[in-house]
Design a protein around this ligand. Structure first.
Ligand code: 6FA
Ligand code: ABL
Length: 534
């Protein structure tokens, strides 16, 4: 059956877009290549200790770190070689759920937004109303495993940091320190799935179809007539048509959306030629005269991580036991009323500082601290039970950019690495790392073990593997103003739109999904306001 709107991808961008579009009564189809995640979406994957409960791996915040250690990791997109979630909720069903209401600078013209996007306030207010943030997600309102916050506070206070409730002051991002904030709800993973998707699913004009991969849009010149999928159960040959004046919204994420565009004959010809050479997808391409030449790809993120130990810290076994053998009292407490340590993901403290660079630009550095560490490299003995990690991310202001494309097998790939391409970015990161540790001697008992004192910070950074610099915050391959216009419409098309991380022109100051969701609210409103629709 034909639809008014077909939204491709049920991550935060697609879920919010589909909810706002279906609110108007239009017939909306939301497609995802993956399957269920949390219990309410039909997911049933749980550890033995949760047997008999309606709590899955994706519901329990304290199971977050097991996303990276579980051998049965069906939730990752298998054809993408960086972390990307392919299940209902996309990244928000498997991520750390750190949730920052956007700062004004996240939507500024200097960040690459059209001036018409500058007033994000009403859209952020809508987001906040649907999805509040909390820095104390346990249902009893208490904070657990607080030692890391306390140590970080001792470290940063001498440097002039202010202790704030971060989401009460989204624009205060210089020398700001606060408890980690999340979009968990009632001690469980919340996010767009437990809010927007819930209201959509209650509407008869909304339909969600899982396990349906869109390969390309089908178009007649600049007019999209429907989407081609691999699901032959839902239409002739997997084709799903649009109603007259219908629209397609791509929300397949920073890797998924570019691939769909290339496979639809939209992008640079070197990428489309890879599609042309493919026996299956080649014949689906429109004639070369209809190819639309648009740039695809800028984005970036950096995160060298430092590992410290402190005798006051409980490393919580680096979360290694929470799946198979959680601390019994914590497991019982969580099952009873979703309170305690397991009601929160691993981070405990976040901080920001602004830096002037030698090129006159201001860059922001974010720190995230958590008990435990993904890896430790040191010559010295240390107490494994007392380790914690501070990860430093360079965000707003960085100029380094890379490119996302596809390989000959049409798998999304990073084709140009985006990390620290600009030497000023690197210099600022180095300054920031040195600053973080500059007051270490004022915290009795605090030692840094990675890098340890046989390595200078500069060598540590120079030798840091680029593969580990990936912070999973990919934005920009379909940047607004370059690939989509200020209404999120793909340039050169009549009715194809993009609402996801890929339109965000440069990194938000914090972990990005809050800003992406505000952008989705704003993008959906702009699409609905645009004449000529269904
Ligand atoms: N962001 C935050 O703000 N805070 C965090 O703590 C945080 N942590 C992580 C994290 O720990 C990991 C491991 C990862 C991978 C990301 C993290 N992020 C965090 C980033 C955040 O999750 C992403 O920025 C955000 O989810 C991006 O939202 P989008 O809507 O742009 O895209 P998604 O990838 O979430 O969703 C795309 C959906 O499309 C998926 O459900 C996928 O299955 C589907 N899809 C892809 N291709 C498709 C196709 N061809 N056909 C149909 N469906 C498709
Ligand atoms: C994010 O925004 C990042 O994208 C994640 O990488 C990060 O989680 C979460 N938020 C929480 O801060 C880290 C884990 O804590 C590490 O154990 C893991 O090695 C790393 O992700 C992998 O990228």
């Amino acid at each position: 059956t034909p639809y008014d709107y077909i939204v491709v991808g049920a991550g935060p961008g697609g879920i919010i877009a589909a909810d706002r579009l279906s609110e108007t009564g239009k017939k909306v189809l939301l497609l995802d290549r993956g399957g269920p995640s949390t219990w309410e979406t039909g997911g049933r994957y749980q550890p033995d200790w949760l047997d008999g409960t309606q709590l899955t791996k994706f519901d329990v915040p304290g199971l977050f770190e097991t996303m990276f250690t579980d051998t049965n990791s069906f939730w990752w997109c298998k054809d993408i070689n960086v972390f990307a979630g392919c299940l209902i909720g996309g990244g928000t069903s498997i991520n750390g759920a750190l949730y920052w209401l956007p700062a004004d600078m996240d939507f500024s013209t200097s960040a690459g937004w059209p001036s018409s996007w500058g007033n994000h306030g009403p859209y952020t207010a809508k987001l906040k109303q649907r999805l509040p943030s909390t820095d104390h997600p346990s249902t009893d309102g208490k904070r657990y495993l607080e030692q890391v916050f306390n140590v970080v506070q001792k470290l940063l206070t001498p440097q002039g940091y202010n202790n704030i409730t971060i989401n009460d002051n989204p624009d205060f991002k210089d020398h700001a320190l606060g408890y980690s904030a999340y979009d968990f709800i009632n001690g469980k993973r919340g996010g767009p799935v437990a809010s927007y998707l819930r209201t959509s699913r209650a509407r008869s004009n909304f339909h969600l179809e899982m396990w349906t991969m869109v390969t390309n849009v089908v178009r007649n010149g600049s007019t999209i007539t429907g989407v081609q999928t691999n699901n032959t159960a839902i239409g002739p040959n997997g084709f799903i048509p649009l109603n007259p004046n219908g629209r397609v919204v791509l929300s397949a994420g920073s890797f998924g959306t570019p691939r769909i565009l290339y496979q639809s004959g939209i992008g640079s010809s070197d990428m489309i030629n890879l599609v042309k050479a493919d026996a299956t997808q080649g014949p689906q391409l429109p004639p070369q005269s209809d190819w639309i030449d648009l740039p695809v790809g800028e984005n970036v993120s950096d995160n060298p991580s430092l590992v410290f130990t402190h005798p006051d810290v409980d490393a919580y076994d680096n979360w290694a036991t929470v799946w198979s053998d959680p601390r019994p009292a914590d497991a019982q407490q969580y099952i009873k009323d979703q309170s305690g340590v397991l009601a929160q993901a691993s981070p405990r403290a976040n901080f920001w500082r602004a830096y002037g660079g030698s090129d006159g630009r201001t860059r922001y550095l974010q720190g995230t601290a958590r008990p435990g560490a993904a890896s430790v490299t040191t010559q010295f003995p240390y107490n494994q039970s007392q380790i914690f990690t501070i990860t430093a991310y360079l965000s707003t202001g960085i100029t380094s950019r890379g490119q996302i494309g596809i390989d000959a097998a049409l798998r999304p790939r990073v084709v140009t690495q985006p990390w620290l391409v600009d030497p000023v970015d690197k210099q600022v990161l180095l300054t920031g790392l040195n600053d973080i540790v500059s007051s270490m001697s004022q915290v009795p008992g605090l030692k840094m073990i990675t890098p340890d004192n046989t390595t200078t910070m500069s060598d540590y950074l120079n030798n840091y593997s680029l593969a580990n610099m990936n912070s999973n915050h990919w934005v920009g391959p379909c940047s607004i103003g370059k690939v989509v216009d200020s209404n999120t419409k793909v340039m050169g098309t009549d009715n194809l739109f993009v609402i996801d991380a890929s339109i965000v022109p440069s990194l938000p100051v914090g972990n990005p999904h809050g800003t992406i969701m505000s952008a989705a609210e704003q993008g959906a409103a702009k699409i609905l306001a645009l004449s000529g629709g269904p």
